[in-house]
Ligand binder design. Structure first.
Ligand code: NAD
Length: 255
C-alpha cells in the first residue's frame, strides 16, 4: 500500500484510477473542479495545481491535472500544462516524494503517428504534432531535470487513446483500454528507481509502436486488443487535426 496524491483527480482518468485504488492505497485527491463522486477513505483538496502543496507522507504523486484538449491554443495550455507541471515536480521534491508519475501523451511523438512511421519508440527524439504535445515534452523535461538533480524517480507515461473502445483507424493502432490503463499506472507506482518514458497502449494488433522493451521495463502486460472492435469502427478516420493524413517528411525515421 502506498500513499498517493492524484492531481486532476476529478477527471476521466483520475476517476478511473481512484475507483481502482480505493481501499488499496491511501488517496489524496486534488483538482480545481469538484468531483462528481467521492469514494470512501479518500481525502480532497481543491484549487489550482500551480498552488498545490503536497502533504507530508505522500510516497507517489500521480500528475494528471492538465488541459487535455489537443486542439486548443497555446494560451489555454501554458498555465495548467507547463506552469502547473513545473510546480508539481518542484512541490514533490520539496515534500520528499519518492516517485512522480506524469501523464504524458502520444501527442509528444504524434508526428510519427501522423505519417504512419513504423516501429515508433519512446527513445526517439520527441516529435510533437501540436502545442499540446509540446507541453507534454516540456513536462517530461521537467521530470528529467528533477530526476537528475534531486534523485526523484519519474515515470512519464505517453498514454495512447484512452476510451471505452476504439472509434477510428488511429485508435485501432493506439487505443488504451480502461483496464489496461489501470495496469500501466499500477506498474508505474512500483517501477524501479530512475527516469523513464514509456509509450502505453493496449496490445493492439495494428500498433506501429515498438513497445516490447517499454512494457518489460515498466512491468506492464496489456491484455486488450482494438482488433476486437474493427466491425464497430468500420472505416472511420480520426477527426483530430494532428492526424489528418500523412505529411511528406524526408527526415522522418523509417523513410
Ligand atoms: N484521455 C486520454 O486519452 C489521454 C491521453 C493521453 C494523455 N492524457 C493525459 O492524462 C491526463 C488526464 O486526462 P483526462 O482524460 O482525465 O482529462 P480530464 O480533462 O478528464 O481531466 C483533467 C483534470 O485536470 C483538472 N485540471 C485542469 N486544469 C487544472 C488546474 N489548473 N488545476 C487543477 N486541476 C486542473 C480538470 O479539472 C480535470 O478534472 C491529462 O494530463 C491528459 O493530458 C489523456
Amino acid at each position: 500500500m502506498s500513499t498517493v496524491l492524484v492531481t486532476g483527480a476529478a477527471g476521466t482518468i483520475g476517476t478511473l484510477l481512484r475507483r481502482a485504488w480505493a481501499g488499496t492505497h491511501v488517496l489524496h485527491c486534488h483538482d480545481v473542479a469538484a468531483p462528481t463522486v467521492t469514494l470512501p477513505g479518500e481525502t480532497w483538496s481543491r484549487g489550482d495545481v500551480t498552488a498545490l502543496t503536497v502533504p507530508p507522507g505522500v510516497d507517489v504523486v500521480v500528475h494528471l491535472a492538465a488541459n487535455a484538449r489537443p486542439g486548443v491554443a497555446w494560451e489555454e495550455l501554458r498555465h495548467p500544462n507547463v506552469d502547473g507541471t513545473r510546480h508539481v515536480f518542484a512541490a514533490s521534491v520539496a515534500a520528499g516524494v519518492r516517485t512522480v508519475v506524469f501523464a504524458s501523451s502520444h501527442h509528444a511523438g504524434g508526428g510519427y503517428d501522423r505519417d504512419r512511421t513504423p516501429g515508433v519508440s519512446a527513445r526517439w527524439p520527441v516529435r510533437p504534432c501540436c502545442f499540446y504535445g509540446v507541453t507534454k515534452t516540456l513536462g517530461e523535461s521537467f521530470g528529467r531535470y528533477h530526476a537528475d538533480r534531486d534523485g526523484l524517480t519519474v515515470t512519464c507515461l505517453r498514454l495512447g487513446d484512452v476510451d471505452v473502445r476504439p472509434h477510428d483507424e488511429l485508435a485501432l493502432r493506439i487505443w488504451l483500454s480502461h483496464p489496461d490503463l489501470v495496469r500501466a499506472f499500477d506498474a508505474a507506482l512500483t517501477r524501479a528507481p530512475g527516469f523513464g518514458t514509456f509509450l502505453v497502449s493496449s496490445r493492439n494488433s495494428r500498433s506501429r509502436w515498438d513497445v516490447t522493451e517499454d512494457n518489460r521495463l515498466l512491468g506492464y502486460a496489456p491484455r486488450d486488443d482494438a482488433e476486437d472492435y474493427t466491425d464497430l469502427v468500420g472505416d472511420a478516420v480520426s477527426q483530430q487535426d494532428c492526424f489528418r493524413g500523412p505529411v511528406a517528411n524526408p527526415h522522418a525515421p523509417g523513410r
